[in-house]
Design a protein around this ligand. Sequence first.
Ligand code: URA
Length: 244
Amino acid sequence: MLERLQKIISAAGIASRRASEELIQDGRVAVNGIVITELGSKADPACDTITVDGKPLAIASKRLYILLYKPVGYMTTLDDPEGRALVTDLLKEVGERVYPVGRLDYNTEGLLLLTNDGEWANRLMHPRHEVEKEYHVRVRGKLHKSQLDQLAGGVDIDERKTARATVRVIKDGEQNDWFSIAIHEGRNRQVRRMCEAVSLSVVRLRRVRYGTLTMGSLKPGEFRYLTDAEVRELRDPPVKKKSP
Ligand code: URA
């Protein structure tokens, strides 16, 4: 929720409302790294990083980190003009506003993270962090090795080649094959568009892994809170050794 900066600073116990206004006017307050000097400016303590003299405010509201098994037929946005169901409808008992980390399409199911920690979310979504996401894809008909090889090597979407992906067949069905694809990028509808580029028709798409996190025994619509160790590991993943 957006609130006046001086109110947020004084609520954090740093200074009185009046003294907080002076801190702002003196250029000692920054929101997401940008110094704010205008009184009346607003910020959202749940998602913005607010610093005074470079030190982050200790905001009282608890940071929440949630792993949800998103079912098909839910929007990842916070509202929908067409009135469709929202992932946040599944989290009413959480009692605080949380925001999805990235998106899953309406027709995609699987692992979705939500949080009220904007800095953590931005870090995960930043391309530099290259968190690996794995999807299981069911396609209409049979897969051909050449299609999987193309997906692994990169295909053109939006006139830009996708980065290398790890691809493997997981089920050779009578009518529909399943394969797994692990990607680092987070381009819009990336897996579906990669499949389109190699003439594969997607029947089902499920995200099964985000970094080291998997859904475990969660069923569609169920969620759990991440442990402190999981939150830390996603924030500061172990440094990968570069292959020679
Ligand atoms: N790729 C897609 O095409 N859709 C998703 O929801 C996620 C990844």
